[in-house]
Design a protein around this ligand. Structure first.
Ligand code: PMV
Length: 326
């Protein structure tokens, strides 16, 4: 039995659009921060026969979720030349399905636990390539702190991996304003594919990502927060503009998201080093140095649709918590 943990990450420069769907290959790179408190812990036990099972936060998972995990385990089985089935028990230390990047921590933890359980010894880069096939953003959660993902060019995806960004002069924490919207969202895979196929802005978006990656890395390394805020908010808004320009348009923001954006910009005017981003959901993530994060959280709590604000420091990469023979 093997237990591994991984933490979700939030992108500063966004990933939106695949170059190949089957292998989950991104059309452009991205850059993210792994968050300590958005943690998933996953246990994998092998069995000689039967079906794979998935227990998610104490409940038997849906057929769809189990099939996705089973498909991922097929990859691990093919590399390890094993036919063993697995019982997977996964717990999230944050609300699942709330659009809080749970697939990133889930597939990073599963990649780490399953490869170890099946007797494989993969490098972090190989794990990143594998995790990417579960969820594009999971490739980044193999690593801690600031992480850069490469789109790569190879058809087999071996060059589409993530690695840590070293030498940043800015330390970031995050405040995640959880917006209660109560509506079914367009999932990221579906949303980005629909955008790729129908948005007239998509090529312009992809073109901008490469420039944003350079600017963001420079801003982090030179400690220029104003430049960082410009590129992080720019990447977020351009990604959403691309999605909104699809036919029909995909809108993830709601009233509380826009309200929270306004609060972040007001705080910045007041002298707080802060910037926002939003993933494929209504929640807003504010990035700010650790000293400011609590007061930022208090400010973001002031909207009726924001049910809670989760604060977190940067976190570590995927790791083994426990490993024992069955
Ligand atoms: O890897 P996925 O399918 O969870 O896609 C992630 C997409 C965004 O969260 C919107 C952006 C990103 O880079 O994380």
């Amino acid at each position: 039995m093997v237990v591994a943990s991984a933490r979700a990450n939030i992108a500063l420069v966004k990933y939106w659009g695949k170059r190949a769907k089957a292998l989950n290959l991104p059309a452009a790179g991205s850059l993210s921060l792994t968050l300590a408190d958005l943690k998933t812990q996953t246990e994998v036990r092998l069995r000689s026969e039967g079906e794979d099972t998935l227990l998610l936060d104490g409940k038997l998972a849906s057929h769809k979720a189990t099939a996705r995990v089973s498909q991922f385990l097929d990859l691990v089985r093919s590399i390890s030349n094993s036919s063993a089935r697995a019982d997977v028990i996964s717990e999230n230390a944050f609300p699942t399905g709330a659009g809080l990047a749970s697939s990133a921590s889930a597939f990073a933890a599963l990649a780490k636990a399953a490869t170890t359980a099946y007797g494989l010894k993969l490098s972090d880069r190989e794990l990143s390539v594998l995790a990417r096939q579960g969820s594009g953003s999971a490739a980044r959660s193999i690593f801690g702190g600031l992480v850069r993902m490469y789109a790569g060019q190879q058809a087999d995806g071996q060059d589409a991996y993530a690695e840590p960004v070293l030498g940043a002069q800015i330390e970031l924490s995050a405040a995640v304003a959880v917006v209660d919207k109560g509506e079914k969202l367009v999932g990221s895979t579906e949303g980005m594919e629909h955008t790729r196929l129908t948005s007239p802005y998509h090529q312009a978006w992809l073109h901008q990502v490469d420039k944003d990656l350079v600017t963001c890395t420079q801003a982090l390394k030179s400690g220029d927060f104003d430049e960082l805020a410009l590129v992080v908010e720019g990447s977020c808004l351009a990604m959403h503009a691309d999605a909104m320009a699809a036919r029909p348009g995909v809108i993830y923001f709601c009233g509380a998201t826009l309200w929270a954006m306004e609060q972040v910009r007001k705080l910045r005017k007041e002298g707080v080093p802060i910037c926002f981003t939003v993933d494929a959901g209504p929640h807003l993530v504010a990035f700010t140095p650790p000293d400011y994060v609590q007061s930022v959280a208090t400010r973001l709590q002031g909207h009726p649709d924001i049910t809670r604000v989760i604060t977190s420091e940067a976190g570590e990469g995927a790791k083994i918590e426990l490993s024992s023979s069955p």
